[in-house]
Design a protein around this ligand. Structure first.
Ligand code: FES
Ligand SMILES: [Fe+2]
Length: 454
C-alpha cells in the first residue's frame, strides 16, 4: 500500500447523507410564540398560572418574565401580593428597585406610589390639581395574583374574562405533603410540555440510556394507549413485570397542567392500587426560549415516599437528575433538561419524524392549535370544570395489578384492554368525593384483577 495515499472509496458504499439532508428553519410559530398579542400567548393568558414560589419572595420586589412580559412581583407591608409591569409609567424606572409600602409599591426614582392593583395613589412634588388628575389618568399595569399552598399564581388575561381558580383534586388530597419546586428549562415551553405525553422516553432517557434514574421496571417499553377526554390528554403505559401489570397514567390538562405516576413509590414489583402522581405541575413559558415548571412534589402514601422529601427529591422527581451538574455529568446521565434543551431553543417540527409512539405529541399539538384558533376567533377556550364533588378530577398515577400472563393470547391486546378498563373505571368515579372515589376505584380494580385471572 502506498503510504502517501489513503483509500476513501469505501465511504461511497455507505449511507452518508450529511450533504443531502436539508433542514427547514421554519418554526411552528402558532404553537411556540408566547409573547403578548401572539395567538398562543393570548390563549395562555386565559388561564391562571403559577409564577413564583411563595417562600422565595422576601421583603424585596423581584423582576421576572412571564409569557414574554417583563414584570415585578412584590408583597407589600400589609401582606398583599402585587404583580405589575416592570416599568414605572412616569419615566420607566424599573420597579424592581421600588420600595414596598404599607399598601403597594413606590418607584425609586421620583416616588410615585402605586397600589397592588396598579392604581396611582400619589405623584409627589406635583401641584395638587395635577396630582389628582394623574391619579385618574395614569395606571400601572397590574395583574391579579394569589397564593395557594406555597405557590403564587397569576391571571394575565382580560380582566372581564377572569376564570375561576381551578382546584384539581390532587391539590387537596389528605395526608399528602406538597412541596413547591421550580425547574428551569432553556427552551420553548412546548418541548417541555411534549415530554408528558411521551411515555416511551421514560424507558430510555430515564432507564436504558445512562443510568437507571428511577428503577429497573421503567426500562420495560410496554404497551402505550392514548386517551382524549375533554381537555384531558392521557397516555397510559402498561408494562408487564413478571406476574404483575403496571399501569402508569401520564396526564396533561390543556393548556399546561401535568401529572404522571410516582418516581420512586412504584417499580412494578409490588401491587399498588390507585397510587397518584408524584408531581402536580404547570409548564409556564417565560418567553419563547425559556420555560419554568412550577409544581408541588407530592409525598405520602399515594405519592412518593416521605424519605424522598429532601432538597434533591423534587429535582430527581422532576427530571430524573439533580439540576446543577457539569457538562460531563449531564452527558453521562442526561435527564429531561438535556433532552429538551438539546433540541435547540425552539424545535423545528418540520425536521422531526414522528412515529406511532409519538401519537400523544400529535394529539397535543392538534388540540392546542384548535384552542389557540378558537381564542383568536373570540371564543372562550375549553377549560376543565369541577365535577359534582366540587373538585376537578385528575388521573395521573400508578396502579399495579397481579395478573399472570395467560397462555398464548395477544399480550399487547390484553395490556391495552386493561388500560381501557382502568381509565373507564376512573371516569365512572368522576363525580364522587375523594373518599368514595378511592373506595370505588380500588374495588373495581380488584374485580378487574379477578376477572383477568379468571
Ligand atoms: S420613573 Fe418612576 S416615579 Fe419617575
Ligand atoms: Fe422525563
Amino acid at each position: 500500500m502506498d503510504p502517501k495515499c489513503i483509500n476513501v472509496n469505501h465511504f461511497s458504499q455507505g449511507s452518508y447523507a450529511g450533504y443531502d439532508i436539508r433542514f427547514s428553519s421554519q418554526s411552528d410559530d402558532e404553537l411556540t410564540q408566547v409573547s403578548p398579542y401572539t395567538p398562543c400567548g393570548e390563549y395562555l393568558r386565559r388561564f391562571w398560572h403559577p409564577i413564583y414560589i411563595n417562600d422565595d419572595l422576601k421583603d424585596l420586589p423581584v423582576a421576572l418574565k412571564i409569557l414574554g412580559e417583563e414584570l415585578v412581583l412584590f408583597r407589600d407591608l400589609s401582606g398583599q401580593l402585587g404583580l405589575v409591569h416592570k416599568h414605572c409609567p412616569h419615566r420607566l424606572a424599573s420597579l424592581e428597585y421600588g420600595k414596598c409600602e404599607e399598601h403597594g409599591i413606590r418607584c425609586c426614582y421620583h416616588g410615585w406610589h402605586f397600589d397592588t392593583d396598579g392604581t396611582l395613589l400619589d405623584a409627589p412634588g406635583q401641584p395638587k390639581k395635577l396630582n389628582e388628575n394623574l391619579k385618574h389618568r395614569i395606571k400601572l399595569g397590574a395583574y391579579p395574583v394569589l397564593q395557594y399552598k406555597g405557590l403564587i399564581f397569576s391571571y394575565m388575561g382580560p380582566i372581564g374574562e377572569i376564570p375561576e381558580f381551578q382546584i384539581f383534586d390532587a391539590m387537596a388530597f389528605e395526608n399528602m405533603e406538597m412541596v413547591p419546586y421550580k425547574a428551569v428549562f432553556r427552551c420553548n415551553w412546548l418541548q417541555v410540555l411534549d415530554a408528558i405525553l411521551d411515555p416511551l422516553h421514560t424507558s430510555f432517557l430515564h432507564s436504558n440510556i445512562g443510568r437507571m434514574q428511577f428503577s429497573e421496571g421503567f426500562g420495560e417499553v410496554g404497551q402505550m394507549d392514548f386517551f382524549e377526554r375533554s381537555v384531558w390528554l392521557l397516555g397510559v403505559n402498561t408494562r408487564r413485570v413478571g406476574d404483575l401489570v403496571w399501569l402508569r397514567v401520564n396526564e396533561l390538562v390543556l393548556p399546561n397542567f401535568t401529572q404522571a405516576g410516582s418516581a420512586f413509590a412504584a417499580d412494578g414489583t409490588e401491587r399498588r392500587l390507585y397510587g397518584r402522581s408524584s408531581f402536580t405541575r404547570w409548564v409556564v413559558p417565560v418567553d419563547d426560549e425559556n420555560t419554568m415548571a412550577l409544581a408541588w412534589a407530592n409525598f405520602g402514601e399515594r405519592g412518593d415516599p416521605p424519605e424522598w422529601n429532601t432538597p434533591d427529591g423534587p429535582e430527581l422527581i422532576e427530571q430524573g437528575e439533580v439540576f446543577n451538574r457539569n457538562y460531563e455529568e449531564r452527558q453521562r446521565s442526561p435527564g429531561d433538561a438535556e433532552a429538551t434543551e438539546g433540541m435547540g431553543s425552539i424545535t423545528i417540527h418540520k425536521n422531526e419524524n414522528l412515529v406511532v409512539s409519538d401519537r400523544g405529541i400529535t394529539i397535543l399539538r392538534k388540540r392546542l392549535r384548535e384552542q389557540i384558533r378558537a381564542v383568536r376567533k373570540g371564543q372562550t377556550p375549553a377549560r376543565a370544570h369541577r365535577a359534582e364533588s366540587g373538585c376537578i378530577p385528575t388521573y395521573g398515577g400508578d396502579t399495579i395489578l397481579r395478573i399472570s400472563r395467560s397462555g398464548d393470547h395477544d399480550e399487547a391486546q390484553i395490556l391495552s384492554n386493561l388500560a381501557h378498563s382502568f381509565m373507564e373505571i376512573q371516569y365512572q368515579a368522576d363525580a364522587m368525593n375523594e373518599q368514595e372515589r378511592v373506595q370505588f376505584v380500588s374495588e373495581k380494580l380488584i374485580e378487574l384483577e379477578a376477572s383477568a385471572l379468571g
